[in-house]
Design a protein around this ligand. Structure first.
Ligand SMILES: [Zn+2]
Length: 217
């Protein structure tokens, strides 16, 4: 198996999507092609790979809005959590795997930012695609305290399920750099450094003022 893995700027609010493929098998998946499905499909085409899956990390409009065009261009199936508003052809729940040639992508259900949120983990190269659950130095927004607690639980579950040397590939370019590692986020991400769910909620509530103070975008 020869890995192809690209992080692609998809437009929108600094959205990131991904192309993940097995060059030997000649197949790939597009993850959240969102605002730029044609550019993602073109990247696959240039490398002689057929797009077999369009995978969504979650169903927010800025992550699923490119599905229709990506499918029209490729005939790929849409894979997402069963609760995704994108009505997936392939519904994948917690612990289930998606095959892309010889690649196996493990799906972890990590609700909080969105009820249908999946984190995607490729165990051979230890690639962790975190969507809007975990950004570089930040975590996904939540509309209320109950969802914030759910997000905290999802983060704990995720961090126990993957190794520290896994690389982190987020759904938006909100950090100081476009990607990270689990170890680096555990050591530096203020939200992961919270001692418990209550402290996590306090940090989330204080974030807008803190961000302003530090001059962060
Ligand atoms: Zn989102």
């Amino acid at each position: 198996m020869t890995l192809v893995f690209e992080q692609i700027r998809a437009g929108g609010d600094r959205n990131f999507g991904y192309l993940l493929g097995d060059r030997d098998a000649g197949v790939c998946a597009l993850i959240d092609p969102s605002y730029s499905p044609d550019a993602f499909v073109e990247r696959a085409r240039q490398q002689g790979m057929t797009v077999t899956l369009v995978i969504n990390t979650h169903g927010h409009p800025d992550h699923v809005n490119g599905n229709e065009q990506a499918v029209a261009l490729t005939g790929a199936k849409v894979a997402a959590h069963p609760r995704s508003p994108a009505s997936p052809d392939v519904a994948v729940g917690d612990g289930q795997e998606l095959a892309i040639g010889s690649l196996r992508l493990r799906c972890l259900h990590v609700p909080g930012h969105a009820i249908d949120h999946l984190a995607l983990f490729e165990p051979t190269y230890k690639l962790l695609i975190t969507g809007d659950l975990l950004f570089v130095g930040k975590v996904g927004g939540t509309p209320n305290d109950a969802d914030a607690r759910t997000e905290w639980d999802s983060l704990q579950k995720l961090l126990h399920a993957v190794p520290d040397d896994a690389t982190v590939w987020p759904g938006h370019d909100y950090g100081a750099r476009p990607a990270s590692t689990v170890a680096l986020e555990k050591a530096t991400n203020p939200f992961l450094l919270a001692a418990n769910a209550d402290e996590f909620l306090t940090r989330k509530a204080a974030w807008p003022a803190f961000k302003k103070q530090l001059g962060l975008r």
